[in-house]
Every structure is written in C-alpha cells, then in structure tokens.
Write a protein that binds this ligand. Sequence first.
Ligand code: HDE
Length: 813
Amino acid sequence: MPKSPKPATGRSDSGKAKTAAKSAARNTDSGPAKAGPGPAGDLPSEKMAQVQDLAAALPFNSTKPMEHGAENGKAPPAGQTATPASRLPTGSTLSEDNGSEKTGSVAPEGVNSTIEPLDRVRVDSSGQVLTTNQGVAIADNQNSLKAGVRGPVLLEDFILREKITHFDHERIPERIVHARGSGAHGFFEAYEPLTQLTKAAPFQEAGKITPVFVRFSTVQGERGSKDTARDVRGFAVKFYTDEGNWDLVGNNMPVFFIQDAMKFPDLVHAVKPEPHHQMPQAASAHDTFWDFVSLMPESTHMLMWVMSDRAIPRSYATMQGFGVHSYRFVNDAGESVFVKFHWSPMAGTHSLVWDEAVKISGADPDYHRRDLWERIEAGNFPEYELAVQVFTEEQAEQFSFDILDATKIIPEELVPLRPVGRMVLNRNPDNFFAETEQVAFCTAHVVPGIDFSNDPLLAGRIHSYVDTQISRLGGPNFHEIPINAPVVQVHNNQRDGMHRQAIHRGRVSYEPNSLAGGCPFQAGAQQGFVSTALRIKDREQDKVRAKPEKFADHYTQARLFFESQSPVEQDHIANAFRFELSKVTVPAIRERMVSSLRNASEVLAKKVADGLGMDPMPDPMPPALAKPPAPEVAKSPALSLLFRPGDGSIKGRKVALLVAPGMEGESIATVQAALAQQGAVGRLVGPRIGPVKTAAGEMLDADASLENEPGFLFDGLVLPDGAEAIAALSQDGHTAEFIKDQFRHCKTILVFGEARKLLAQAGVPVSMDKSQAQGGTGLILAGTDQAREAADAFVQALGKHRHFGREMDPPLV
Ligand code: HDE
C-alpha cells in the first residue's frame, strides 16, 4: 500500500502542537473545533489532517441545483469528486497493511474483487483429503463418535453434526414458476454495429463477443417434474456485458396469456396443481386452468400457441425464443425506437408429437436436459440467431393492434426481422445448483441502450423478479453469488444483508460524501443509465385502472395464428384442445371454451367440439370488441414450425440400430458410421445390453436395451437383416412396440432385408398412399448389399425430421 507522504502542510510544527495533534488523532469519538495543528509525523495525525483536507475540498454539494428540472433529469451530471492526497483518508483502518495469508493485502484501488472470473470459486478436490467446513482434516468419514463400539452416539461429534446440519439445509425454495430448468454458458457475437439504434454494449462492434448464461425451463411443473410437459418454455439469457448485466427473460412463444400483471397470480394459481389434492403435476389439462382461461378471452391467442407443437419442443436447441414485450433501443443521442427480440435456432424449429411427449415423460423425464447436456459435451453446440423487429412510435400508432399488448405479435410480414448476431452455447455448467439453480434473472436488469415500453405486464415483471430472488436466494445479496455477478466493477453504498461477500474498505457508505472524496460518485448521463424521457401523452387523463381500447380485440391474432399453420399443425392444435378439454370434469367449462374458440376459428371449434362429442356447438361467446379493426396481415407463413426447417443437419439426433445375435453386421456398421460422420448418434440397442455376435462372428456391444431405451426416445430406427437375429427380436414384445412408436411418431425407419417381417409383426403397413403423396413415407427398405446408398437415403430422410404423411387420427398402429 502507498504509505502516506510525510507531513507537507504549512501548519504549525511546534512540539506542543504535535503532541496535541497526536492525541487528537487517537480518538474516535470527538475532534477539535478547527482544523488541527497538522500532522505530527505519525499516521493517525496524518490521516486526520488528510481527512480534513479531503472534506474541505468539497465545501458544498455542487451538483445539487442540477437535481431539478426536466432537462437535468434527462442528462444528469456526473457526481463531484475530490482526489485524496493519499489512500490514507479513505481507508477503514490504519492497520490495513498488516497483511497475512488470510487478509491478503489492502484492497486494490478502485476494485471490487468479487467480480473476478468464476475461477476464483471453482473447487477441484484432486489429491486432497476430506475436511470439515472449517478445514479440519477428517480422520474417519464412516463412523459417528460413540461411547464404545455399541454405545450411544455423542453430542460432542461436531463432525457428524456439521455434516448432517449442512445436508438438512441443502434445499432452497424453488422458483414459483419455471422451477424446472436447465442451463448452459456461451457467448453472443454481434454481426454488425447497431450504434445508430442503440448504445447497448453487445451491439457496438461487428464481431464483439459478450459472455452469456442461458436457462431454459418449463413453467408449470415443480423442480423435479418432466421436461416434455405441454407447456411454454422459458428462454432466459443473461448477457454479461461490459456495461453491466442485461437479462433478456423470454419464452419460446412470442405472446402471453394475460395483458396486465394484476392477473399473473390468478393465472398461475389456475394452472398449477389444484390446491385441494395437488394434481395434476406439470399439466394444464384440468378444470381450474380451463375455467380461468375460458373466462379470459385475451388468452385465446396464447392458447393457440400452447396447444400447438411449439409447446412440446424436440429439444431446447430446436425452439425459438422471444422477448415478448416491446422494449426500446436507445442510441447515444438519446433517440429511441421500439424493438422486439427473436431468437431462432440454426438447427431449425422441430417439435415432438403428443403421444411421444407423454411416453418420453415416463421413460426419460430429463429428456431436454439430457439432450442439451449431450449436445454440448459432443461439441454440437446449440446455436441461435438473434433478430430484432425495429419500429417507431409513429408506426406503432398506425398498427391495428396495440404494441403494449403482450397477447399480440407484430407479424414478420409487417415488420421484418433484422438479424443482429448469434449465440452459441458451448459450455455446460460445472455444478447444477451453483449455476443453474442460483442464477437470478430479472427483467429489471437492463443496460444503457435498452429501455422498457409501457407494457403493463412488463411493469409488473420489473418488480417481481428482484422480489422473488430475495426470498428464493435468501436475501438482497443474490447479485454476489458468482453466477450472478457481472463482469464489470460494482460500487455502491449498499451494505450488509444476509450472506454479504464483499468486504468494503473505508467508513463511507453514503452519497454525497466528502470523506471518501465523493466516491463512488454518480456517473452522469455520459456513462450512466438514463431512462428515456418519454412524453406522457395521457397525462390529461384521470388516474385509472383500465386497458387501452385495442387490447379488447381477443381473436384476430388467434385466427391469424391458426390460419397460418400447415394442415398437420392445425390437426395437432385441434387434437390438443380435444385432449386437454376432455380432461376437464365440468362440461360447462368445456362448452365455454368451445364457444370462445368459435370467435377465432369455426373450423377449429367444430373439430374440437366433434372430438368432445359436443353437438350442437354452443353459441359463440359475445366478444369484447364487436368490430375489431382489419388486420394488416391475414396469413403469416413465418408462424408455422415448417417455416424454419434449419439446415437439414442431423447433428445431435439419436438413432436406434437394433442388434441381436446372428445379425448381418456390416450394413449396421455402415449406417452407424454414416450417422457419426454427420454428428448424429447411432446406438446399438439389443434385447439386453452386452456382447452380440454377428453372423460373420464379429462381436458388437449393445450399450442400450429395448427395455431401458424404448423406441420413442429415438429420432430414427434401423432394423438389421439376419434370420437368427430377426427371430430373436420377434420373440421380444418390446420390438413390436419399438417399431410401432417409431412408425406412429412418423420417424425415419430403415429396414434391411428380411427385417420387414418385424414390420408386419408390428402391424406397420409398408406403403401408404397419403404418405407417398406428401413426399414419402420415411420408410426405407433395402438389401444389405445396398447399405451405403441406404445409409445416405436414411441420413437425408432423418434431416426432414418427420414424415407426417404417415400420420392418422386415430393412429392406424
Ligand atoms: Fe416470469 N417470472 N413472470 N414471465 N419468467 C419468473 O422469477 C412474472 C412472464 C419467465 O430461468 C419468476 O426468478 C410475472 C412473461 C422466465 O430463472 C417470477 C409475470 C415471460 C422465467 C416471475 C411474468 C416470463 C420466469 C419466478 C407477469 C416471457 C424463468 C422465478 C407480469 C416474456 C427465469 C423467478 C429463469 C420466472 C414473474 C410473466 C418469462 C415470479 C409477475 C410474459 C423465462 O418473478
């Protein structure tokens, strides 16, 4: 530490004055009436003199007048500061440079060390002995301390008690919504500077890299619930920018159920397991949800999305993400435009089918978590493009809908998407709890260049997220948990609270101050966050609890969504409504929902009513707005999942190659190699795991079994030739189920030689007219001598994801 300089003031140097200065400087509870006689050649009196000089350098609060008036409000000044003569006057203590292995040295000047890279908290125990939390080596981790080998356990066993007590407190409250989630680290890379639009740090230069942490989640279920529930998926991104953290807390659907935060607790109470018996878990198919939404017609648009296949994504890597609300971009000149954020997966948008999702939830509740983890471990990094829809206030006023209404999209055909960068998820967390569970996203976390709109749902969220972290993470210092700390310096006068990590140097924790030379000082408009100065147009209005008129159009965009879907997607939406409403026990609720759906689409309502045995249909529900304005766009192809098929790559896909003794091995090996080359995983699945001898006497090793990895867990299937193997597989009832599921879920199936007998046994038709007409069945029959061509055809068909031409309702097999 820089020692204080020798006394340099022109104050009195007499012996008496020196003694007085020395003794005055040794008190912490009173001081002289005037500036003391000056330093007396020792540190306490030097510090006292420098404190006096520092405080005197700020004789009044020079920025006070600038706290007033609208103009100053838009451009606040930087705070006033004074530079101390040395580090002496701002320190907490004169003893700070008595360092040790524990204290280290003095706080480096102007640095908050708690923001150092996560390495500072990573722990690796290689070659280390077990210790208690106090670092005491544990000699015996097998036995508690007893009075004699058969005697009672002693209270004195502090090792046992520490271990059990910590264990007892391992759980923290789970998130009230989005409890079930999975996370990954990665980076965002900007394509081009967006300086004209925004001063937000990630968008300032082409190629600029910003670290991110992303957490995907379901909404309804508890922390241990299944991944493949029909549900909205959270898509929350924390950007660790060089101007602080920006959290873009979005979903995989661009709209929401409600328009005002006031209704959020009602919505969540309605969808969660019913309070009397806590059923059903992670499912909206029950009375209270449909009771609520059928009385809230503004939810119709969102219902279309959650009844569509968007609600059962194949993978987190194959779903879109949306910021939902209109936000603002703000540039250096303080000019702002509206912006909506869209993430689109490079691998294309692909979903499951409902029967498959239900079965997966039993066999592998961690299906999405596992997929994300495995993709990253295998180097198939999930990648998304970020695009923005940018529009002005004037444009917004012309739209037939209100851009503050979170139940509305802005069709891409009306405001095109502008790609601005890409995000790559390339690192799995080291520890689920420390990172994925403790990460705290907050819509209130914005940086200069990003600002809010007046969306009333967003306003509620700005409050809610910080508030929820306080109870979930045990206090107001959750920002210091390593995963939440920004990569930039944090300096303010907040102190104390549960689990405080930072050790602040000095005695000043207020502003303005002179005793720390004014530091930390307010940044001012140049560097700091300034809320966009917006004209409050409605200020002549009364204070009200009401919605803008355009919010009352509840059906136009629900219709837009439904009518923009492919026939298969429309069928799936109708089937999902049928399924969910069939689970409702009160007919009046079902009828109410169908009466509401009639306002969105008669075709859909009729299909749903038919599926529910509802004849005649109830009358359409009286709409809140009789004559909504004509929409700008009547069909938006971009709303179909088929609009973003991706690049046809099969990276990260899983294929089952069935194996059994006596099989023809070469053809299977050829397909397995072709899959590996494309970044897909071909797994050998046998009647049991373990060695399998091929007809040629080669040994293969099945690493999965028909029992432990059922057919619906795979994206495709290959059946081997070989009479003995086919006989063995046909003896196992799992094989037929395996094939049936693959067929029913429209997956790609490659059948070598005589294995077509297994198809017949499973009741699978080899050719289907409907399917041929829609581009093929995805069923490839080949001789083992054509293995190479068959493998190519298989890889290509797998890239199409599914072959819906095969789908029947009800299913044929
Ligand atoms: Fe959330 N939401 N939400 N939400 N939300 C939470 O915050 C809330 C809404 C979203 O992976 C909670 O940390 C209110 C819309 C995601 O950790 C809580 C309202 C959208 C996540 C909360 C909404 C979201 C949350 C629970 C209506 C899409 C998980 C735990 C006004 C744009 C983030 C937590 C993660 C989590 C409140 C509506 C997305 C309680 C009050 C709309 C992705 O604060």
